[in-house]
Design a protein around this ligand. Structure first.
Ligand SMILES: Cc1cc2nc3c(=O)[nH]c(=O)nc-3n(C[C@H](O)[C@H](O)[C@H](O)COP(=O)(O)OP(=O)(O)OC[C@H]3O[C@@H](n4cnc5c(N)ncnc54)[C@H](O)[C@@H]3O)c2cc1C
Length: 390
């Protein structure tokens, strides 16, 4: 049986960064991952390009982490999004910033990010075992005993970074919550966050259309961000963010042209009155959408009666979409709920009840918007859990 200073269970962003920190501090470290490769969920973020962080201010980060982001104050004072950016650039992964502060590797390949983390862990003397599912954890005296199907390992410090319960096919099946329960730590109820929306309108006609910076609203909840029409309804950041405020049965409104007021639209209709409605809408919208919106109306703008013009403006500025539900936890991007933060020291991410036991990443009761905020939370909390604190 091999003894380590630190064992980390789960090789997502939180676990990999915990291993980087732990080995940086000279700890003999073992990272155990049940998949064949590290970072399966991370690899799928940002459409396979890996949305590794967000380059916003601390206030932007906290606003991007609506689920208990404030718990991370101390974490971010030790390691923040700018440290993530510095880490990758110093480790030969040039990054670029896209809209809404989203940061990606210049290569547009998740592999560059995962390879850099893996390389750093190994360079600093860390051990990584993949295809190694941990099935039980115990603490005997001051030593943790970690068992996989055919091996047993021991350590002085244990870091649990097994993720939430969303997309279980990526490996996050909730094992870390079982570890917490074993040690009698509270785990809050888990539910879906950042869920794609199911809708009742002709979404199939619009399937595949993506829109930049449209405004999706329901009552006082007004979100301006990118939106994607899918075969079941709506996805993309605007829909995912609205999902916290709806459950099904609501009518949401979509403003396709938030940058243009109604008056500006009327002016534009005057300027283009000899043109077809479809060609005019095409100036601002994708062709398939322009075609769909123009269909109920006469061909040319000058043929519109005043009520028809008003109806067209209503379609453009307040298109109604009936929301019928949202995707389940398993098909949502993020898990709300997890290890109760009352159990955890925010400076070290160590359990208050069980010395040596640490948690980081989505296994904790922290949830964020997509756009790099969850990954920032995972990488930064991973660094802090893996660090030594004197
Ligand atoms: C499709 C999709 C897109 C997303 N896009 C974004 C985005 O653009 N921006 C953003 O910020 N967030 C995004 N997220 C969320 C983000 O990916 C997660 O919040 C983040 O990966 C959590 O990191 P983690 O290290 O805590 O957990 P995970 O990435 O889930 O990693 C946990 C790891 O632990 C391993 N594990 C679990 N149990 C065991 C066990 N018993 N033994 C050994 N290993 C185990 C798992 O196999 C897994 O590899 C997206 C999520 C999905 C599903």
């Amino acid at each position: 049986m091999t003894h380590y200073d630190t064992i980390i269970i789960g090789g997502g962003p939180a676990g990999m960064m915990a291993a980087v920190a732990s080995t940086y501090y000279g700890q003999n470290t073992l990272l155990l991952e049940k998949n064949r490769r590290l970072g399966k969920k991370l690899a799928g973020t940002g459409g396979g390009r890996c949305n590794v962080t967000n380059n916003g201010t601390l206030d932007d980060l906290l606003a991007g982490i609506p689920g208990n982001g404030r718990f991370l104050y101390s974490v971010f004072s030790q390691f923040d999004n700018h440290d993530i950016i510095r880490f990758f650039e110093e480790n030969d992964v040039p990054l670029k910033v896209e809209d809404h502060g989203r940061v990606f590797p210049k290569s547009d390949k998740s592999k560059s990010i995962i390879d850099a983390l893996e390389k750093k862990i190994k360079e600093q003397g860390g051990h990584i075992e993949t295809n190694r599912e941990v099935v039980s954890v115990k603490k005997i005296e001051n030593v943790f005993q970690v068992k996989s199907k055919d091996s047993t390992y021991t350590s002085d410090k244990l870091i649990v970074t097994t993720g939430g319960k969303s997309y279980p096919s990526t490996g996050s099946t909730g094992f870390g919550h079982d570890v917490a329960r074993h040690f009698k730590l509270e785990v809050t109820d888990m539910e879906a966050a950042e869920s794609p929306l199911l809708t009742d309108f002709e979404h199939k006609t619009l399937q595949g259309i993506s829109l930049d910076d449209v405004t999706l609203s329901y009552g006082k909840h007004v979100i301006t961000h990118d939106l994607l029409f899918t075969h079941f309804g709506l996805s993309g950041p605007a829909a995912l963010r609205l999902s916290s405020f709806v459950s099904g049965g609501e009518i949401a409104e979509l403003d396709f042209l938030p940058q243009m007021s109604q008056e500006e639209l009327v002016e534009q209709f005057d300027v283009n009155r000899e043109k077809s409605i479809k060609n005019t809408l095409k100036i601002w919208l994708p062709e398939r959408l322009a075609d769909y919106l123009a269909r109920p109306f006469p061909e040319k703008i000058k043929q519109l009666t005043p009520p028809q013009q008003e109806a067209l403006i209503h379609q453009l500025k307040a298109f109604e979409i009936k929301i019928t539900g949202k995707m389940s936890l398993a098909k949502s991007f993020v898990t709300k709920g997890g290890i109760d933060l009352k159990e955890i020291n925010p400076k070290t991410l160590e359990s208050k009840k069980v010395p040596g036991l640490h948690f980081a990443g989505e296994v904790l009761d922290i949830n964020a918007h997509t756009g790099g905020f969850n990954i920032t939370s995972a990488l930064c909390s991973g660094w802090v859990a893996g660090s030594l604190h004197w």
